[in-house]
Write a protein that binds this ligand. Sequence first.
Ligand SMILES: [Zn+2]
Ligand SMILES: [Zn+2]
Length: 185
Amino acid sequence: MSDAFRISLTDLRHQEGARLEIARTIPAPETFATDLVRTVGDIDLDGALQSVSEGVLITATLEHSTEAECARCLTTVEQDHTSHVTELYFYQNRAKALQEAGDEEAEEVPLIVNDTIDVESLLRDTIVGQMPFIPLCEPDCPGLCDTCGERLADLPEDHAHEVEPEETNPLDELRAKLVAEEQGK
Ligand SMILES: [Zn+2]
Ligand SMILES: [Zn+2]
């Protein structure tokens, strides 16, 4: 857990409707990755906090970049992404009241702890959740040539390897002819 993801609510009035603009640049941690795709550089978060009766609502836009290896041609693919997050962080007493009222989902809601919200898992789930299972440089990437291993997208459309016809040795032909003549005598 990193402090970079903790947002203090000290400057937000705890009164329904109060709003606070937030903007952060957070270096992408190594955990924001799958086996094949990783987040690189910084994550830019831009949005607002809003006091509501149950807690604090965050709505924000995320900008981040990812790096992956194309599953077919192995080219490194860098991409920029923009996504939106919305999450309600509950006051602990509100979450408790909901649990006591029999709301089982209230056990799982994110909480406000020490007047702070921690957006790490919100951001990680959002960013990692959008990562492709099979990263491709282009949706129709043709992959690599079976014969020479070059990237087919970089090669001319008619790229092909000629199968060399088996060369016949003129001397062998002559020998065969002579043998045939000899036997024919
Ligand atoms: Zn590719
Ligand atoms: Zn080839």
